[in-house]
Design a protein around this ligand. Structure first.
Ligand code: THU
Length: 160
């Protein structure tokens, strides 16, 4: 037997001014998308923005439902919309932010497990790592250069 360790490298930026301009812009699109979030139940408004290899930006937001599991996270709304609108176009980066009606979120909000699994497939289709940027409403930004830094031991198609 042997003990092993999984290392998940990521970068922390203290504020958006430290980001490269295209990442700072993507983050702004994600913040703007929170305004369209439909979250009457959680009051937790998530916005996301995807930068495509063709230069397009696709935004999305969480959409809730009275039958709770029927709602969908902002990340999946965005990634599925991007894939539907631009099939075959790689997704270079995804920014995710969250604003709450009940408190100020000043730490980065990390994507849920189901969204991470969708990111795995997006990367496989894109044939390149997808940069993932996470922020709350304010404060530091965490950046991951690829889904494997955010989700170790992924379930992948090669298992099938
Ligand atoms: N939510 C997202 O949009 N993304 C995540 O990664 C986690 C949670 C949404 C789902 C629900 O509308 C609200 O946030 C509270 O869970």
């Amino acid at each position: 037997m042997r003990k092993e360790q999984f290392i998940c490298p990521y970068t922390v930026y203290d504020n958006p001014d430290e980001l490269e301009s295209q990442d700072a812009e993507l983050l702004r699109w994600a913040h703007e998308a929170t305004a369209r979030s439909y979250a009457p139940y959680s009051k937790f408004h998530v916005g996301a923005a995807a930068r495509m290899a063709n230069g397009e930006i696709v935004t999305g937001n969480n959409i809730e439902n009275a039958a709770y599991p029927s709602g969908l996270c902002a990340e999946r709304v965005t990634l599925f919309a991007a894939q539907a609108k631009f099939p075959g176009v790689p997704i270079e980066a995804l920014a995710v932010v969250a604003h709450s009606e009940t408190k100020t979120i000043d730490e980065p909000v990390a994507p849920c497990g189901a969204c991470r699994q969708v990111m795995v497939e997006v990367e496989r289709l894109s044939k390149r790592p997808m940069r993932i940027l996470c922020q709350g409403e304010t404060g530091a930004i965490m950046a991951f250069d690829g889904i494997e830094s955010l989700m170790p031991f992924i379930f992948k198609d090669t298992f099938l």
